[in-house]
Design a protein around this ligand. Structure first.
Ligand code: TYD
Length: 229
């Protein structure tokens, strides 16, 4: 049986995505699965090189179109090298950001609109997430990160970008309710995790999947069970 599932996490900056990804990974491992956790921009050697160009605060002259294509280039490499092969091997793949980020930031915040969909459709072809969590929090939280001086180039542009990205995320969620689950990220991390783990568990159960490490432990509901440990 296969536990093949492509899960993506999205959200405005400072929404607690990384914490939730770590908690889900841990719960899936406890449930006997062997998830692949990856991120964008990045996730491959080429992608990480592209990431350093995009997020370097010194690279202020990058044009909006070049920025959008760099994200898509990193994504094309990521799909070919990491995401598709692991899904084909029957594994769960969790990506910190995917196409929705480009639709939210480059499409919404930068105003590039439909071009973003077209370029990304070519970059990923039929590789579409099964389940996507949008962690949406108050964009004002961003400033806590900037205070810590670890802001990347996009974060450093300030609140308006985050507000526009959030509005674009809300539009995508309204249009794709079958795939996207909107999570109020202002709640306590363990509460959010329980909700996410329950949904992932239900999804695995629906597939009848227990891809895991070759033994019998990996029941579909175990991701959910492990979340409550
Ligand atoms: P990320 O590393 O996820 O930052 P954080 O952990 O702060 O959320 O993403 C880096 C930045 O890149 C973030 O500001 C969002 C932006 N981004 C885009 O604008 N478009 C994209 O397609 C992706 C993947 C990220």
């Amino acid at each position: 049986m296969s536990g093949r599932l492509f899960i993506t996490f999205e959200g405005t900056d400072g929404s607690g995505k990384s914490t939730q990804i770590r908690l889900l990974e841990k719960a899936l491992i406890s449930g006997g699965f062997d998830p692949v956790v990856t991120r964008e921009p990045g996730g491959t050697r080429i992608g990480e090189l592209i990431r350093s160009i995009i997020l370097d605060t010194g690279n202020t002259e990058i044009s909006d179109v070049a920025e959008m294509m760099l994200y898509a280039a990193s994504r094309a490499q990521h799909v070919d090298e990491v995401i598709r092969p692991n899904l084909e091997a029957g594994r769960i793949v969790i990506s910190d950001r995917f196409v929705d980020s480009s639709i939210a930031y480059q499409g919404g915040a930068r105003g590039l609109g439909n071009a973003v969909q077209e370029v990304n459709a070519y970059a990923v072809r039929d590789c579409v997430p099964d389940l996507t969590f949008f962690l949406l929090s108050d964009p004002v939280k961003l400033f806590e990160r900037i205070e810590r001086k670890d802001a990347d180039r996009i974060e450093a542009e300030g609140l308006e970008v985050q507000r526009a990205a959030r509005a674009a995320y809300e539009k995508i969620a309204a249009e794709d309710r079958g795939r996207v689950v909107v999570i109020d990220a202002s709640r306590p991390a363990n509460e959010i995790h329980a909700e996410i783990a329950a949904l992932v568990g239900a999804n695995l159960k629906k597939q009848g999947g227990a891809n895991e490490r070759g033994d019998e432990r990996g029941g579909a509901g175990n991701a959910e069970g492990a979340a409550h440990e």
